[in-house]
Design a binder for this molecule. Sequence first.
Ligand code: GLN
Ligand code: ZN
Length: 766
Amino acid sequence: MQTHILGYPRIGSQRELKKACEQYWSGKISLDELLETGRTLTLHNWKLQQETGIDLIPCNDFSYYDQVLDMTLAVGAIPPRYQEIASRKTETDLYFAMARGFQQEGLDITAMEMTKWFDTNYHYIVPEFYKNQEFTLFSDRIIQEFIRAKEAGINAKPVIIGLVTYLLLGKEKEEGFDKLDLAQNLLPVYIRILKELEQKGAEYIQFDEPFLAMDLTEKAKETYQFIYAELRKQFPDLKLIIATYFEGVKDNLTLATSLPADVLHIDLVRCPEQLNDVLRVLPKTLSLSLGIVDGRNIWKNNFQKSLQIIERAIRKIGAERIFLATSCSLLHTPIDLDLEKNEHVLYPEIKQWMAFAKQKLSEVVTLKKLASGNANYDALLEYAYNQKAVEDRTVSSLIHNDDVKARAEVITKEETRREHPFSIRKEIQHHVLQLPLFPTTTIGSFPQTKEVRNWRAKFKKGELNAKQYDKLLKQETKRTIRWQEDIGIDVLVHGEFERNDMVEYFGEQLAGFAFTQNGWVQSYGSRCVKPPVIYGDVHRPNPMTVYWSEYAQSLTKKWVKGMLTGPVTILQWSFVRDDQPRSLTCRQIALAIRDEVCDLEKAGIRIIQIDEPAIREGLPLRQSDWQDYLKWAVEAFRISASGVEDATQIHTHMCYSEFNDIIHNIADMDADVITIECSRSQMELLNAFADFKYPNEIGPGVYDIHSPRVPSKEEMVELLKKAQAVIPAEQLWVNPDCGLKTRHWEETEKALIAMVEASKEMSGQF
Ligand code: GLN
Ligand code: ZN
């Protein structure tokens, strides 16, 4: 039996990589200093794994920005617009230009697109493909990394994005071909890389092929067979590991187990039920890597359960053919639980249930000792501690709240439905709210200026007391309300100045959430996030937003919109407990938000927005699981929204608006108003709503908030006319694409003034 991991986090326990990259970008450190930071980090990670006792240590899992972009550079898939940079600049500068765009020295070149890595919150840089594209070995960093590991005394296992997965991750930038057609052209570069690695002494190669666990076309399946047959022919002696993760191989079982590799890795955290199927058909030539320690979450492994699984595999195929591993790369977990030293931030009782990347290394190693039957005293002690933590967790009163459980168990139909259908609510709301045609509003946040962030930092450090902090926030809120009144916005917002983050703010006030000091995870490039941890039954001890909404409403005769984050988004952007289904956790959050919605209504707030930007990204990877997810996700939203009277108007907001395939589920949420991001697609994203004859009201964003550019009134009128061509005017609202927290006041003021004028021009037409 051997141990390995699929990859280790690269940002460094003090986010050293983030800091070095940002310093390099702003010219504060040299390229050598940046590369030195990278080398120090990789060396540290290798040594740590070696000391912990990991048998097969990965290399090339490190990246200065993104592992997919690394592959793009390796195979020379440089989009034509970077030609000039490629000829003028260093490889590293070209690499960062592709990631971040380049606006210097008279050049203005856009960055490559970025998108989510499967269902994680990690984002990768999307490869761009052209018809008959040729590839070359452009960067040999993979080989250099292997050599450096070797110099450090480690015969590492290079981690390479599998050829088929690499192509499937990309995007065709012109018509008339299929990206999989490029497999033939790309293969020689892969062969060249493997040849060099083999020459330098590599024994194992890990090909990441997560797509082998996704829905595949016939063509993709054939490409898999073709590519791996070729690689096998060329490299009879290299040990090829094919790594699947994030899903089960399911209907690709025969394909996955018949590819001529040496080891197949499967994710037994996400899909434990695939083990039996795989064991049943696994050919004698293939070893099995059991992805048993969760690479996507922060909970301790349950050794007892894992050992049962490992023993089942041993009985069937023998220990020699088994590898023990993390379910996927540890890229998606924070680095080191030992750094969580402040007991007031993370309670010791909760901490003892958790394991971060470093702790997960030990788990893999200990599992091997325990499973091989020659466990030493330390391993047995580990086992005892592990079982104690697992048992504590099943009964802890910190986690388990009978009232919450009972309430979530019986949800009546009434609790998921507004009193009357939208057609009736609409009339009542129009009567009560008295809004003009093309009413204007914003999505919630106003600029989080340096000052605002400074106040919060000072308040946290104790340099401002609660009263002083409150006073400053009230001033800012009041100013924002006055300003919105002055420029004539119809439905105002309070500005969200009291919030650090749209999930953290609620998590901090809900029971069942914990926070870490250093639990950073890479989101993209140098950007890291610190997700909250949902460890227990969720409820709302006290109102969370009523104070601020009530204050804002007291300042004005216009309507102020209450502002909440929805249950699916809170779930999606947190580490979630693994001892009950996600759907149940989501329902508990929904009930907490419902209480808040009802309290806002009681406090006189008649328009309440429940943001659900993450509902689409929560879609399962396999299409056959979509409806099940959508059923509970939509139900959770409805639970949160349905406690109010017909006269109270519920809004929702979503950022990504490609809703074609789920439009009936969106309609099923039955929000009175939905605001969506639309401006960058020139309102085309509205077509899904138009084709569906979406009955409720819609605010298609009329300008992009991601850039400081100020839109003109005319262009917004143009967009609104486009919208009006497909959606009746009575249904339309006017708003920006998303919240304004990342913008400055200067451009925000100009843009919103123009937006109000655009709305006036539109309503003047009637
Ligand atoms: N209400 C939030 C804001 O305006 C919504 C943010 C989002 O959709 N991501 O900031
Ligand atoms: Zn948004």
